[in-house]
Ligand binder design. Sequence first.
Ligand SMILES: [Zn+2]
Length: 130
Amino acid sequence: MALTTEQTRELKSLISGRRNALIAELSEDVRKTRAERYGEVAGEVPDHGDESVASLIADLDQAELSRDVDELRGLEAAHERIANGDYGVCVDCGRDIGFERLRATPSAIRCIACQTLHEKTFAGPGSPSL
Ligand SMILES: [Zn+2]
């Protein structure tokens, strides 16, 4: 069953809320990381211009932040799919992902069956035989 307008609206606000919280969290993490790294020269940090964007990405790429960054990417993509009207459709089998699953994981792009298969295929225990 496809999502109703009401359900889409609920998921959209869930995504926006989570997205804003993540952005705030990530900005705070980056600020802290920079304060730690450049703490001793606080007050005379030179203006790096374009370099500051690269360093922001470098900061965000740190291991402890990458999970949040991945989630943020997923939420951005979900936001886009809502705008395009193809949100809630499994990218693998084309069936509806289901409201309950989307409410638990708004950035989900696969139905439970395909996600399980995907995890078994790409992240399963043991190495695949060649
Ligand atoms: Zn599927």
